[in-house]
Design a protein around this ligand. Structure first.
Ligand SMILES: Nc1ncnc2c1ncn2[C@@H]1O[C@H](COP(=O)(O)OP(=O)(O)OP(=O)(O)O)[C@@H](O)[C@H]1O
Length: 238
């Protein structure tokens, strides 16, 4: 579904992402982990198009999107949810989702967008808050809205950037269930996350970055045992 081949990005002299190759299969939940500064956010930005790769290739559903603009990637089915939630605070939850639904697929009619929004409200557990101003939600509801907003763009692959940050353990469990039900609705997921219990609970497969390079890949239990991975984390006290 998503295929990266030798993707690199340098900032000045700093090689933030170096020759990264990875794949996401249809229906898969892939976690990208690594110590602080390993290049995780840069990698997500290269996939969603907020940054342009210096070299390498990014293919999505068989098409080369290496240098496509972010909105083109979104239209092709790459959705993204952010750690810092920035809804339109005075608009209702439903109105915020309408923006996502209308923006995410060019040519969507208002009627079709309404249908998508009602489905997403149910899936995300926000149906009871549909009329609420988005600026008056709890932190957990904020996170739900951010996932729902990304879903309203009707992605085939959802990119999640530390969306669980700041949640209490019970709330994070709740968000884990939501991400699972998103996958069960037919959306693949690539997420970056610092909370290891979340990674263990959610990921089918884990890719570990260190200094911009892939140092390990496999099931959670396998990478957790990998000496290179332990060294990368313990070596810097992360
Ligand atoms: N726009 C930028 N300009 C210059 N350097 C950058 C820029 N963005 C990131 N970097 C550097 O690139 C490296 C990788 O950063 P990145 O944010 O991708 O890591 P990360 O794994 O997401 O870290 P964290 O877990 O702390 O969020 C870091 O050394 C960072 O300082």
């Amino acid at each position: 579904m998503l295929r990266l081949r030798g993707v690199s990005k340098t900032f000045g002299g700093l090689r933030a992402v170096q020759g990264v190759s990875l794949e996401v299969q249809p229906g898969e939940i892939l976690a990208v982990i690594g110590p602080n500064g390993a290049g995780k956010s840069t990698l997500l930005n290269l996939i969603s198009g907020l940054l342009s790769a210096d070299s390498g290739r990014i293919e999505f559903l068989g098409q080369d999107l290496t240098h496509a603009a972010p909105e083109v990637r979104a239209w092709r089915g790459l959705g993204r949810a952010f750690q810092i939630v920035q809804p339109f605070p005075e608009m209702s939850v439903r109105e915020n989702l309408m923006v996502g639904a209308l923006y995410g697929t060019p040519g969507t009619s208002v009627q079709a967008a309404r249908k998508v929004v009602e489905r997403v409200l149910e899936l995300s557990g926000l149906a009871g808050k549909a009329q609420h101003p988005a600026g008056e939600l709890s932190l957990l509801e904020d996170k739900r809205l951010e996932l729902a907003r990304a879903l309203a763009t009707q992605p085939k692959l959802l990119l999640l950037d530390e969306v669980m940050a700041g949640l209490r353990p019970a709330e994070a469990q709740d968000a884990v269930r939501l991400v699972r039900s998103i996958r069960d609705s037919g959306v693949s997921v690539l997420f970056i996350e610092h909370l290891m219990p979340v990674v263990r609970a959610l990921a089918d497969r884990v890719v570990v970055l260190d200094y911009g390079q892939v140092i390990a890949e496999g099931r959670y239990a396998e990478v957790a045992e990998n000496p290179k991975v332990r060294e990368a984390y313990l070596g810097r006290g992360a």
